[in-house]
Write a protein that binds this ligand. Structure first.
Ligand SMILES: [Zn+2]
Length: 289
């Protein structure tokens, strides 16, 4: 049975944010966390009242309406993900948006679940009028043929995917450096480890602020709770863990609202300190903003 359309609106100052869900992919727990025993991972799942065998990894992108523009941060799986994903476009339309009205697509990093929604398998560009903005460090890594050739066989597909998605627009892609305001009220923050150019985004409008945490954690019940754990998707585990602690410390101290790409929908809330780690405290659903 289907749910109601998976979109959720909230405001940060004058910015209107819409969280848009792209379904989920089911992942066996065995081997999922590199540096923890399976029994510990299962215990963390039980503590969060989650199943003991597998994790549903959800995908939630953000659409931002600001200054008359429609800006996306990441695009979901498109038609390239798990059969239980790919709900993004229907949810985006249900929220009242049209892909041709997107002015800018900003990417946090180049994993397939974030970029494949930009281009369908048959090559169709989903956002024909959008300018494309990517982290310079991410572009430098994934578009480097020497790095692709040197990569383990299992990673070559990811390099190929990046070329499939961005190849046709590679001349027009705008690369941005971390630490800069890349669009009005949107500042890129370097958050390396998950990937070399993985980026989070600080939003600011009036006195309101928020941090888009991207893949700083995978499911918060595992990785906010245990920030030193590394999911198999973290390309540099120790660096990802250091980034995770730094950002989680910052947003909890500053009481900033956060959004995580892989948190339970609507994937936004606040971070509280808890034991040696943190926990995500979800926002309260509201009927109007
Ligand atoms: Zn991801």
């Amino acid at each position: 049975m289907n749910q109601a359309p998976g979109y959720y609106r909230y405001k940060i100052g004058d910015m209107v944010l819409t969280a848009i869900n792209d379904g989920f992919a089911r992942r066996q727990l065995e081997g999922f966390v590199r540096n923890a025993e399976l029994a510990e991972v299962k215990a963390a799942m039980a503590q969060a009242f989650l199943p003991a065998d597998a994790l549903n990894i959800t995908f939630t992108t953000l659409a931002i309406q600001s200054g008359g523009k429609l800006i996306l941060i990441d695009t979901g799986n498109g038609d390239s993900g798990a059969p239980t994903s790919g709900t993004w476009l229907a949810n985006f339309r249900a929220a009242g948006f049209d892909p041709k009205d997107v002015s800018t697509v900003v990417f946090s990093h180049f994993h397939g679940d974030h970029i494949n929604g930009f281009r369908l398998k048959d090559g169709t560009a989903v956002f024909p009028n959008a300018e494309v903005m990517v982290p310079a460090a991410e572009w430098a890594f994934w578009m480097d043929d020497a790095k692709m050739n040197a990569a383990p066989e299992a990673m070559k597909g990811a390099f190929g995917g990046v070329r499939r998605v961005f190849g046709p627009v590679s001349k027009d892609v705008k690369q941005f450096e971390a630490g800069k305001e890349i669009l009005p009220g949107i500042t890129a923050i370097a958050a390396p480890g998950h990937t070399p150019g993985h980026t989070t985004f600080a939003l600011s409008s009036g006195t309101a602020r928020m941090m888009v945490m991207s893949d700083t954690t995978n499911h918060p019940a595992l990785f906010a709770r245990n920030p030193d754990w590394s999911a198999v998707f973290d390309m540099d585990g120790p660096q990802a863990a250091a980034t995770r602690r730094r950002l989680l410390d910052m947003v909890s101290a500053d009481k900033m609202q956060v959004a995580f790409y892989h948190a339970p929908f609507p994937a936004t809330g606040y971070i509280a300190k808890s034991g040696n780690g943190f926990e995500l405290v979800p926002v309260q659903w509201t009927t109007s903003i």
